[in-house]
Design a protein around this ligand. Structure first.
Ligand code: DX5
Ligand code: ZN
Length: 215
């Protein structure tokens, strides 16, 4: 089980300190927004590379951008351990996944809440991660959408029935109040932004999430 604090909710002016304040994190979730695929803008490869310099933890890069195939090399150079792109933003998700694996990074795809999972089930063996969005991508601090857990259940069954190793990750509105439902539905990895960096003790928040998810 993996807890991935999203630095989108951190104080960007104190990013190094914020990352050092979550030693219990398994991954650091890095949200990249381009102002086109989503209305918001976050940061790009150079800040991602700076983040890589201050932590040994795997960087879980979530690209909420148009044409991710044009940018993945920059994020690989910046030190991404895994790159998750949106299926809505590419023509050939399997080709991009193959490319990412050839470069030695974990390949992930994500879907907006309104995008069905069924058409992508046949391609799961090409992916290390499926990131289920439980909010509309673009902003931190939104409310968890419990209806998205149906996708998690579908994925859990498919992955287990076929003996695959793809991890199911969930992103958006994850907190102590919601992570239990996500765990019960079959998630393996949990992104949490405001629930971690908005807490008085961010590392205690990470540990609490892990405890609840472990059941
Ligand atoms: C939303 C991002 C999330 C976001 C989660 O578009 O992909 O990773 O930071 O933030 P919270 O946990 O506050 O919903
Ligand atoms: Zn994210």
């Amino acid at each position: 089980m993996f807890i991935a604090p999203s630095i989108l909710a951190a104080d960007f002016a104190r990013l190094g300190d914020e990352i050092r304040a979550v030693p219990s994190a398994d991954w650091i979730h890095v949200d990249i927004m381009d102002g086109h695929f989503v209305p918001n803008l976050s940061f790009g490869p150079s800040i991602t590379a700076d983040v890589h310099k201050v932590t040994d933890k795997p960087l879980d890069v979530h690209l909420m951008i148009e044409n991710p195939q044009l940018w993945v090399d920059e994020y690989i150079k910046a030190g991404a351990a895994g790159i998750t792109f949106h299926v809505e933003a590419v023509d050939d998700h399997v080709a991009l996944a193959k490319y990412l694996r050839e470069q030695g990074v974990r390949a992930g795809f994500s879907l907006r809440p309104g995008t069905a999972i069924e058409p992508y089930l046949k391609d799961l063996e090409h992916f290390d991660i499926v990131l289920v969005m439980s909010v509309e991508p673009g902003f931190g601090g939104q409310s968890f959408m419990p209806d998205q857990l149906e996708k998690v259940r579908t994925l859990r069954k498919e992955i287990d029935d076929r003996g695959l190793h793809t991890l199911i990750e969930i992103d958006g509105g994850i907190s102590a109040a919601t992570i239990g439902q996500a765990a019960a539905a079959g998630c393996d990895a949990y992104v949490a932004g405001s629930a971690v960096f908005g807490a008085d003790d961010p590392d205690a928040a990470v540990r609490e999430l892990a405890e609840i998810a472990a059941g």
